[in-house]
Design a protein around this ligand. Structure first.
Ligand code: ADP
Ligand code: MG
Length: 560
């Protein structure tokens, strides 16, 4: 992302700054640094920026800043195209409000019992995030009052218009006070949006973050489909098979860096983290060790890695898929410098594959899917390396002391061949012991789905802007998704649910092959899971009304 700015420079309150810190954001993205000031100034705004550039926080931070905690009426309305997005936006808002608990946020959407929403509304909610249809329902029932609304935000405006919400949106805008602030965010700017803004926005400011031209270095680029669960094992396999001298693994947040470093160290790798929280001397220290080769794997955030000036990095691993195409290019640009060969591997979890496809489309990079090395393959590589080492040792000589020891064993009638084999086993066995079994997501299907270059741009809407796959809105429209469908479950982090529980429940209860279950995203109170479409009904009927830790499960199609 270009033009990074510190959040501290944006005049944000301490509570929200602390929350942003806790979310692990290091710097504001361009759309964020530009929108915050405009929204805070009270002006209407039309903002365009690609998917994945942080638009939610771009409107979330300044709008939450404006609200009066003592006023228990509805002050901000955010309209989103789907319930999935409404939930995602409200989760992000709740995180932003970590230290401002007096502001209450409520997602409302179709498919959830309206009575429950009415009850929640009665408790006093200042921020409503909802789909236009359900919002209109509430307006008609007079269960939402809009007299005190200060700001209306249309998120993913292009998508909402596409889905035919135009009339609903207009009606909602009409029922809110004239003097409200109106803000519109969109990944693309088709004419319909400009029409809408001409009618309902007052002298709006326009912000447009255009995607930069990106070129990637010519190095080998591969990706692996993994689960969040198996990432660590996948990483250690990749590192073990390529045996790099210097490698960097990239994570998206400081927290992820710390977690990964800890796990790597526990497995016996020499790993150190590099992120914005380090003091200059700590950073220098890590970099010194890295240059000297005493660190096998440097784990870094994008921001922290910016100043790395080491030329012979042979492997870059995108442990987390970068938020932004530009980051991808910066990251892999760390390897293959000065004419050296290099390698970049990217881990992709579930539907992140679509984001990777955007990376390929924007950068024209060829990123090929690979199967993860098997434990046997790693064993072979390790054995080869070890045997090389043995040969070197023999060449170096000075083995007399050891030869005597072996001679005494031979005197006991032990065969030299057996001694050598036993030593090998002892040496190699301990490396392999560390590895765990991984079930990879289905291979055959995916390979066919994603390796067709001509299709990457399918979602593009021409010169107006980049039309990326979005984490939800466009999901149903995507032909590649034909065989997967997204379900929503009413349990989440608060119920201490883990990905394994979900896979287990679906696989066992509904008799669905575990490996066919796709991405799982766990929020505080909800979980999304991608399952093969052919199993959807079966899963819903088997899991519905079952109990999980005392809670009656509700499972539904997410894209209702
Ligand atoms: P958009 O609405 O533009 O598609 P989102 O608001 O959904 O993008 O953000 C995409 C992802 O980036 C989210 O996971 C969000 O938490 C994360 N994110 C947003 N802003 C930042 C930031 N400044 N630094 C790091 N991650 C960020
Ligand atoms: Mg968004």
């Amino acid at each position: 992302m270009q033009l990074q700015q510190k959040f501290e420079e944006l005049g944000i309150s301490k509570e929200i700054l602390d929350a942003i810190k806790a979310m692990g954001f290091e710097e504001a993205t361009p759309i964020q640094s530009q929108s915050v000031n405009v929204i805070k100034s009270g002006r209407d705004l039309i903002a365009q920026s690609q998917t994945g550039t942080g638009k939610t926080a771009a409107f979330g931070i300044p709008s939450l800043e404006m609200l009066d905690e003592n006023d228990k009426t509805v002050q901000a309305i955010i309209l989103c195209p789907t319930r999935e997005l409404a939930i995602q936006v409200s989760e992000e808002f709740r995180k932003l409000l970590k230290f401002k608990q007096n502001l209450r946020v409520l997602p409302i959407y179709g498919g959830q019992p309206i009575d429950r929403q009415i009850m929640a509304l009665k408790k006093g909610v200042q921020v409503i995030i909802g789909t236009p249809g359900r919002f209109i329902d509430h307006l008609n029932r007079r269960t939402i009052k809009t007299d005190n609304v200060k700001i209306v935000i249309l998120d993913e405006a292009d998508e909402m218009l596409d889905m035919g919400f135009r009339e609903d949106i207009e009606e909602i805008l009409k029922t809110t006070p004239e003097e409200r602030q109106t803000v519109l965010f969109s990944a693309t700017m088709p004419k319909a949006i400009l029409d809408l803004s001409r009618r309902y926005l007052k002298d709006p400011e326009t912000i447009r973050i255009s995607p930069k031209e990106l070129t990637v270095p010519l190095i080998e680029q591969t990706y692996y489909e993994v689960t969040e669960h198996s990432k660590m094992e996948a990483l250690s396999r990749v590192v073990d098979i390529y045996n790099p001298t210097l490698s960097i693994a990239f994570c998206n947040t400081k927290k992820r860096v710390d977690e990964l470093v800890e796990k790597l160290q526990a497995r016996g790798y020499f790993a150190e983290g590099l992120h914005g929280d380090l003091k200059q001397h700590q950073r220098d220290n890590v970099m010194k060790k890295f240059r000297e080769g005493t660190i096998d794997i440097l784990v870094a955030t994008d921001v922290a890695a910016r100043g790395i000036d080491v030329d012979d990095i042979d492997l870059v691993i995108n442990y987390d898929l970068p938020q932004d195409e530009e980051y991808y290019v910066h990251r892999i640009g760390r390897t293959g410098r000065a004419g050296r060969s290099g390698r970049a591997c990217t881990f992709v979890v579930g539907r992140e594959i679509y984001k990777l496809r955007d990376v390929m489309a924007r950068t024209k990079a060829k990123i090929e899917r690979r199967k993860l090395p098997t434990i046997n393959e790693i064993a072979e590589v390790k054995a080869k390396l070890f045997i090389e080492k043995i040969k070197e040792e023999i060449d170096a000589g000075d083995l007399n002391k050891y030869i005597h020891m072996i001679e005494s064993l031979i005197a006991e009638d032990v065969a030299t061949l057996d001694i050598a084999a036993a030593l090998l086993k002892m040496e190699l066995g301990k490396d392999i012991e560390n590895h765990e079994e991984i079930i990879e997501p289905e291979w055959k299907n995916n390979n066919r789905r994603y390796d067709n270059n001509n299709n990457y741009n399918r979602n593009d809407r021409g010169q107006n802007g980049y039309r990326n796959d979005r984490s939800s809105g466009g999901y149903r429209n995507n032909r590649d998704d034909r065989d997967k469908e997204r379900l929503i479950l009413n349990v989440g982090k608060r119920n201490r649910i883990r990905p394994g529980d979900i896979v287990g429940a679906i696989a066992n209860e509904a008799n669905v092959p575990g490996r066919s279950i796709g991405g799982i995203e766990i929020f505080d109170d909800f979980t999304f899971v991608d399952v093969p479409m052919s199993y959807t009904s079966q899963i819903i009927s088997k899991l519905k009304n079952r109990r999980y830790k005392g809670i009656k499960l509700n499972v539904e199609r997410a894209s209702k």
